[in-house]
Design a protein around this ligand. Structure first.
Ligand SMILES: [Zn+2]
Length: 111
């Protein structure tokens, strides 16, 4: 049996407890059925503007990259590949000079 990766932190150590999936690394719990039904996703940037797939954004604060000593500097440009329905790290972005990574919406603004 293979469980999905955690939608919050991408951990692979997710386990299932009845209807819920639980992530031991960030304590995120979710019901896979609810996530799929939740079709309308409203994610806002640092200024409260709604973000959508394909939007170009700029990072508004220095961001540490998890598991690395690399930092994404303020002002770095990124393009949103996909907006996900999560509490944070809800933007699947292509970040200039870094590549694909998950970014929290309130740390960017629309370019
Ligand atoms: Zn997690």
């Amino acid at each position: 049996m293979s469980n999905p990766a955690c939608p919050n932190c991408q951990s692979k150590y997710v386990y299932q407890d009845q209807q819920l999936f639980i992530c031991p690394e960030c304590d995120f719990e979710w019901n896979p059925q609810e996530v799929e039904q939740d079709a309308v996703i409203k994610v806002k940037d640092a200024n409260g503007a709604l973000l959508a797939d394909g939007d170009k954004v700029t990072v508004v604060k220095d961001l540490k990259i998890k598991g690395s000593s690399q930092v994404i500097k303020i002002g770095t440009k990124a393009q949103i590949r996909r907006v996900l329905n999560k509490k944070d790290h809800e933007l699947d972005c292509k970040v200039a000079g870094v590549g694909e990574m998950m970014v929290t919406a309130k740390f960017v603004k629309k370019a």
